[in-house]
Design a protein around this ligand. Sequence first.
Ligand SMILES: Cc1cc2nc3c(=O)[nH]c(=O)nc-3n(C[C@H](O)[C@H](O)[C@H](O)COP(=O)(O)O)c2cc1C
Length: 393
Amino acid sequence: MSVIDTEVSPAADLETPLKFAYWVPNVSGGLVVSTIEQRTGWDFEYNKRLARIAEDAGFEYALSQTRYAASYGADKQHEATAFTLGLLGATERLKIIAAVHPGMWHPGVLAKWLITADHISNGRAAVNIVSGWLKDEFVNFGLHDERYARTEEFITVLRGLLTQREFSFRGRHYDVSDFTLSPAPVDVPGRAHPEIFFGGNSTAAQAAAGRVADWYFSNGRSLEGFQENIAGVLASASSGARTAPVKPRFGINGFVIVRDSEREATDTLREIIAKAHRPAVEGFAAAVREAGRATQDGKGMWEDSTFEDLVQYNDGFRAGLIGTPEQVAERIVLLKKVGVNLVLTGYLHFQEEVEAFGRDVLPIVRELEADLAAANGRELDVALLPEVRQSVG
Ligand SMILES: Cc1cc2nc3c(=O)[nH]c(=O)nc-3n(C[C@H](O)[C@H](O)[C@H](O)COP(=O)(O)O)c2cc1C
């Protein structure tokens, strides 16, 4: 499918420039479970420099990951909220999203953390509420979809505490009475409160995100797959049960391999897969297939993922961001046409490739976005474009 042939979805926001994020490598082993060379560090110094490169290159967000135990290629992990706070201190413009599991935190404690992080960073803190990658416990008890009932309550309480004084809530999981958090978050024009992202693919995840999330993050999928996820979230958002103040926006995960020729890019993908760490990928594949089956309708996140897909956690190859700068930029604008607002990216060699992405791909994306808006009688709002600077590293 080409940029020209694909219809513009009513969900597409043609005036607002696409936003770009990268996965913070705060766990070891890189973003692919493969023995291919990955010049990516997981330590704080590496990440500090990466964050500065990214904000200078035109990235607006970074997403840290939460994992507590070694699994699936990541033997060592740094805690997401602590790491996020460190990176906020080391940057000036980048918004950093900390991944958080509802089951591990009380929403009041997280709200307090988030407000403090927001003050330290002058309004740049955000959270990604994830119901859990390593979900054997939930799944084995048949509780997959139940996780989202808790997640939904968790976000309702979190948002209530971020925005209201004397907030009260009584639900199945949380009971809060007349609670006021002071100070309130930083007052940022155009932002109701620190942003609440939500990651998940299943039908239960889409329904919950449609009701409560500011942003819905999807795994890598085909274009049709993204369309399906977006439609699912929008259907839930328009069912009358949405409690979030603004309409949901959409982020998608994609693993980026940009090379001078298409051949080089696809050869790199082939090498990643040929050198995949088989036992780790197969172990994960078996676990998540079970998980998919445990959803009410059998449609979990990885329900149809192949071995190749799972070499990149979160199915990033499927987004198709593999090719020359022109090909990848075209593909990204195609995603915008179906309703995507933010592209979450991963790389083999983060520092080098984030910088190259800003230099080689983003200018083409901006041109194509402007053309797309004009072809539809609109105008790209260039005042919303992030500042791009010569990186000082
Ligand atoms: C962009 C994105 C980021 C995620 N980050 C994490 C994470 O840091 N830690 C985690 O345990 N799960 C993470 N997840 C996984 C979700 O918690 C959840 O397990 C997954 O989306 C499967 O949900 P499903 O079965 O409802 O499809 C992430 C998911 C997405 C889409």
